[in-house]
Design a protein around this ligand. Sequence first.
Ligand code: COA
Length: 262
Amino acid sequence: MDMPYETIVYEKKPPIAKITLNRPDVLNAVNEQMLFELGDVLEDIEKDDDIKVAIITGTGRAFGAGADIMMFKGKSYLDVRKKVIERGKRTLAKMEEMGKPFIAALNGLTLGGGCEIAMACDIRIASEKAKFGQPEINLGLTPGWGGTQRLTRLVGKGMAKKIDLTGDMIDADEAKAIGLVDEVVPAEKLEDSAEKLAEKLASKPPIAVRCMLDAINKGLEMPLREALSFETDEFLISFASEDAKEGISAFIEKRKATFKGK
Ligand code: COA
C-alpha cells in the first residue's frame, strides 16, 4: 500500500520500497516535515519483513539541494541542534544501520544535505546529469549531517577538503572517479538500473546481507585487527543461519538455493 505524505512519495512493492524526495519547487530541500516523514517511512521499512531493499531518489531536476535554508532562519542554537542537526543525523544513521541495503538513485543536483543523505546509503547510482557538492561553506556553515565525515571516508582527506572548502560542484563522472558514486548511467536508465540492482540484492540471503553491511560499516570504524575479529563474528552469525546451510547444500547438489531469511 502506498502512503500519503506531504514531502515524499513512499511506494512499497515488496521486496522493494521506494522513497522519492518530493519538494521539486525547492529542489527537494529537506525541511522538518521531510525529516519527520523520512523517520516514519524508515520505521516502516525496518518493521516490514517483506521489504528487503530500499531505493531513494528525487522528483524533478534534483535529488536534493540540501537542508532547507529557511529552517535556519529565526531558530536558536539549541533548536537548530535538536530539530535540524540531531534529528537529521538520526535519520541518516537509521538508513545506514538498518541492515537492509539502501540504494541512492541520484537523478540530478545532489548538494549539501542531499549529498549527505546519498552518502548514508549503501550504494550510489548517478544519472550522468547529476551534480555533487557541499555548498555549506558559501552560507558560512560547515556540513552537519556527515559531509565532513562520511565524505572523507568515501573520497579521502584531500578530496573531501577540496569539495568542502570550495563548495564547488563536480559532475557525475568526477564523482565516480573519486569514489563518491559507484556507477553512472544515462538519465533514462537510472530508474531501471536502481530497480534491477534492488531486485538482485533482494534475492540474496538477508542474514548474510545484514552481517556484511554491519561488517563493512562498523569495521571501517575499528582498527584492522579488531575489525577482522568483528568480521569473524559476522561470518559465524551468517554461517549459523539456515540460509547458509541451504546455500552450501544447493551448491553441492548443483541446484538453485531457496533462501528463507532464517
Ligand atoms: N533550501 C531552500 N530552498 C532552496 C534550496 C535550499 N537548500 N535550494 C534551492 N532552493 C530553492 C530556491 O530558493 C528556489 O526557490 P524560488 O523559486 O522560490 O526562488 C528554488 O529552490 C530553485 O532554486 P534556484 O536557486 O532558482 O535554482 P538554480 O538552478 O538557479 O540554482 C542551486 C540551483 C542548487 C545552485 C541553488 O538553488 C543553491 O545554491 N541552493 C542552495 C544549496 C545549498 O546551499 N545547500 C546547502 C544547504 S545547508
